[in-house]
Design a protein around this ligand. Structure first.
Ligand code: PLP
Length: 440
């Protein structure tokens, strides 16, 4: 029997065509990637949007009062230095003498250099310019990277987890079917619970060893941050088992705790890790679209015959074959974030959202709610106060407070009983959210 599906995923149920060719193995026909048909439910955020729209249609008089703290999308305008750089880049394109056509698929040299210097070498981390690969954001990178590793790796993710990792692996064929209670067969889920402070523990010797492990710190959705000892334990584990860590640092600019921002702060990580970075939450680029991957030249994976193969040439080849890179103006905008002024503006933007997070966190604590995150991440993670399930509490907050949150169950089984509040909003809205939460 097919698992329960949302309206969106329902569209994926194959339509049976009354064709004389069907099931005739001798007939050539276009095949579908059946991995897509395994997807158990619509992607979390469209499902939230659907429920919010349904409420707005049912109560149009309340629709304008809805405050969205569900999806983690920024609200503040772009840093002025990025805007100026993008304007200037477009002017260059308007002139024959300075016009640019196709750029390098992996990013302009000056942009790769600004990133390698600004985010790594200036912090004592040994990353070369050509280990930086520009992209249109890290959501794509987290899935695209699978292309060079092929299908068949055993994937581990934390539970709860940013859903894009899992769905990309389902689409790619790295999982079995959806399981009745949530999740997919074939994926290793690393439980993150109150008991471990919502931080993934390295698997014990008796547990199956994954080949690829997605780690995200500061974490989406829990807002928790891994300290150095924990990150070192993960690097040691990956080196021992010849596994690869996918370190998602989309929120590193919010981590002011002294805990590692980059996996490459840890000795040995160049031999076992890839890092994903995004300008979405640092430079407000969710709509502009730019991020990058750090692929160290020393990272290797293995053929089935056991031969080690460097991944850097494969990732370079992948980019040059499958993309013509990020648009010129966007790259110039990203580069401007590394100027003195750009850095100051990014820092002010992050300060602004962090103050929002503090207000939200303090508000939840005052209500007596058990709360995590919000100190080094733009997300506050709360225990559902009355013991109801997280979708039921989502509906209650939507209906009684007109506040959109994200139900923890949408991030995985261990998210059940919790919910996430995003700090990406105006100050006035955040203050209003705290007032309204107090009234439910
Ligand atoms: N990784 C995590 C953990 C995220 O939460 C997000 C976006 O919310 C992304 C990656 C995607 O970022 P981008 O906008 O660069 O695609």
């Amino acid at each position: 029997m097919l698992p329960a599906r949302s309206a969106e995923a329902h569209d994926l149920v194959p339509e049976r065509v009354n064709s004389p060719y069907i099931h005739d193995p001798r007939t050539i026909m276009a095949y579908v990637n059946e991995n897509y048909l395994k997807l158990a439910a619509g992607y979390l955020f469209p499902e939230i949007a659907r429920r919010v729209s349904a409420f707005a249609a049912e109560k149009p008089e309340l629709a304008k009062e809805i405050i969205r703290c569900g999806i983690g999308d920024v609200t503040e305008p772009l840093p002025a230095s990025a805007v100026r750089a993008m304007h200037a880049a477009n002017e260059e394109l308007a002139n024959r003498a300075s016009f640019k056509g196709y750029g390098p698929g992996t990013g302009y040299e000056s942009v790769r250099a600004a990133i390698a210097e600004g985010d790594f070498r200036s912090r004592g981390i040994n990353i070369t310019d050509d280990e930086i690969f520009l992209s249109d954001g890290s959501k794509g990178d987290c899935g695209n990277i699978l292309e060079i590793l092929g299908a068949g790796n055993r994937i581990a993710v934390t539970d709860p987890v940013y859903p894009a990792y899992v769905d990309a692996n389902v689409m790619f064929g790295n999982t079995g079917a959806a399981l009745a209670g949530g999740g997919y067969d074939g994926i290793t889920y690393l439980p993150c619970t109150e008991a471990n402070g919502f931080l993934a523990d390295v698997p014990s010797a008796s547990e199956a060893t994954p080949d690829i492990i997605y780690l995200c710190s500061p974490n989406n959705p829990t807002g928790t941050v891994m300290d150095r000892a924990r990150v070192e334990a993960w690097v040691a584990y990956a080196l021992k088992h010849r596994a690869i860590l996918f370190w998602d640092a989309a929120y590193e600019s919010y981590n002011r705790s002294g805990a590692p921002k980059s996996i490459f702060e840890i000795d040995g990580a160049r031999e076992c890790a890839v890092e994903f970075r995004s300008f979405s939450k640092s430079g407000g680029f969710t709509g502009v679209r730019c991020g990058y991957t750090v692929m160290p030249k020393s990272l290797k994976a293995y053929t089935r015959a056991g031969d080690a193969v460097a991944l850097h040439p494969l990732w370079t080849r992948r980019w040059n074959t499958r993309s013509n890179g990020v648009s010129y103006a966007v790259q110039r905008g990203a580069e401007a974030l590394y100027t003195v002024e750009g850095k100051r503006e990014v820092s002010a933007l992050v300060d602004f959202y962090m103050e929002n997070a503090r207000i939200l966190r303090d508000g939840c604590v005052k209500l007596g709610w058990k709360t995590w995150g919000g100190e080094n991440a733009p997300y506050v993670w709360c225990k559902v106060p009355n013991g109801s399930d997280s979708w039921a509490f989502f509906e209650r907050l939507l209906r009684d407070a007109r506040v959109v949150t994200t139900p923890g169950a949408g991030f995985g089984r261990c998210g059940e009983g919790y919910f996430r509040i995003s700090a990406f909003n105006s100050r006035a809205n955040v203050e209003e959210v705290v007032r309204r939460l107090g009234s439910v």
